[in-house]
Design a binder for this molecule. Structure first.
Ligand code: SF4
Length: 449
């Protein structure tokens, strides 16, 4: 336990903070930054609200269901502890929190690390002892030690009509390439084997900086998606690209994937296929060209894994629009797909763009979509039986360990269950012969280490 000395000279228990982190990986990175700062100042982290001196709730405000979960977490923390500071996306609408819970100590918005820390200082002053309060140079990570999220920018310049992220988080603000690369280097030095690159729109990285270059390892690296990907590829670990908006220069990164500089995995939210719906979503509309592009990507990099997300029941989506989406899905043959029923998030421009689709139709379309995609995903997985895959081990079991291939991102994709004659280690990358596939996962045996 971290101890520091009080003014009388006797050791005093470090102030204890309990932390709730809700929402997407981007929010998780915010949480990690806040925690790193607090740990550096001598605060101790606790897993329980009871017995802590204070609770911080990092909220998600993307969908109404996420807001409800955030409010419930705040209510729970107030009940169990009483001293609560709220931050994150919901903090952008403080009245929605203070009207429900007038007793919260402070409310700060997304990425306002300084304000959260100031609020903690006011409620629970730090007892800093620089000799005892050591924090590892790579910061405190909430993810397991062998993989880490790497946030390259905040905010977004797009204006998708179903999304309130730009309102909550503002326009795109990118980190200089050298900053990102130095953080990545520290993580790798600390044992991270897989970097998960995240942002709201990864392909737009650096646009706000006019792609300005910064010095790293004796070279100038431009703040550009392709240049950053290439430089990250030099670190000798898995690099996985998330949230890549389907803009034209995505094509440039595919050769890097074919060369294995970055993982042949593209998380690219297409959202829909019907031109009318895409237009009302304010997303890139030429979906036929997208099919051509996907075919070209696969020619260049045959084992490319494509993950995407879609929205069904968007205002004005007709049965014909939806059928076009199913047909497109069949041709695109994506590997991994998430599907959401449209939720009219307060403040989203799409809400009034066309009549709402009835809930039971949304539900029915969601089931049809999932059934159609299930068959495609299962078919794509089966093609891997008999192949050899590199698998990073996440959890070790007595005879079978659980890991992920290059095609599987943590938390959102499937797993590979690996039988092995010798015990595997977490974070180790093993060569696995795939023997069987079920609906979501693969099963095989380790044949090389
Ligand atoms: S790309 Fe669209 S959906 Fe994604 S954060 Fe930006 S506005 Fe929202």
């Amino acid at each position: 336990m971290t101890l520091s000395k009080n003014p009388s000279g006797s050791p005093a228990a470090a102030p204890k903070v309990s932390f709730v982190s809700l929402g997407c990986p981007k929010a998780l990175v915010d949480s990690e930054r806040i925690i790193t700062r607090l740990r550096a100042e001598g605060y101790e982290l606790s897993r329980q609200h009871q017995g802590s001196d204070l609770v911080i709730v990092n909220t998600c405000g993307f969908l109404d269901s996420a807001k409800a979960e955030s409010l419930a977490a705040i209510g729970g923390a107030l009940k169990e502890n009483g001293k609560v500071i709220v931050t994150g996306c919901m903090g952008a609408e403080p009245e929605s929190i203070s009207s429900a819970y007038p007793d919260v100590l402070a409310i700060t918005g997304p990425q306002q690390y300084e304000s959260v820390v100031d609020a903690v200082h006011r409620a629970l002053p730090p007892q800093h002892n620089p000799f005892l309060d050591l924090v590892p140079p790579e910061g405190i990570k909430l993810t397991p030690r062998h993989y880490a999220y790497l946030k390259i920018s905040e905010g977004c310049n797009n204006r998708c009509t179903f999304c309130i992220i730009p309102k909550l988080r503002g326009d795109l603000v990118s980190r200089p390439a050298a900053d990102v690369l130095r953080e990545a280097e520290k993580l790798v030095a600390a044992g991270v084997k897989e970097l998960l690159v995240i942002s709201q729109d990864t392909s737009a990285y650096g646009l706000d900086l006019k792609y300005a270059a910064s010095p790293w390892r004796g070279q100038e690296v431009r703040a550009k998606f392709i240049d950053l990907s290439r430089a990250l590829g030099e670190l000798g670990v898995w690099v996985r690209l998330h949230y890549v908006y389907p803009s034209p220069h995505v094509d440039e990164v595919i050769p890097l994937m074919a060369e294995r500089k970055v993982l042949p995995y593209l998380d690219i939210p297409f959202q829909h296929a019907a031109p009318d719906v895409l237009k009302r979503m304010k997303r890139p509309a030429a979906q036929e060209k997208t099919l051509e592009r996907i075919a070209r990507w696969r020619e260049l990099c045959p084992d490319l894994t494509l993950r995407s997300t879609f929205i069904v029941g968007f205002p004005g989506e007709s049965e014909a629009d939806f059928e076009l989406l199913l047909q497109w899905l069949d041709e695109a043959a994506l590997d991994r797909v998430g599907c959401f029923k449209y939720e009219p998030v307060r403040g989203a421009a799409a809400n009034d763009s066309a009549p709402q689709v009835a809930d039971e139709i949304k539900e029915e379309r969601w089931h049809r979509f999932m059934q159609a995609q299930q068959k495609i995903s299962t078919r794509r997985l089966k093609r891997k039986v008999g192949t050899r895959q590199q698998v990073i081990i996440d959890e070790v079991g007595p005879t079978v360990s659980k890991g992920r291939s290059m095609a599987d991102a943590p938390e959102i994709d499937g797993a590979v269950y690996v039988a092995s004659r010798r015990p595997l280690r977490v974070g180790e990358i093993a060569t696995v012969k795939i023997e069987r596939a079920d609906e979501y996962d693969l099963h095989g045996s380790a044949v090389g280490f």
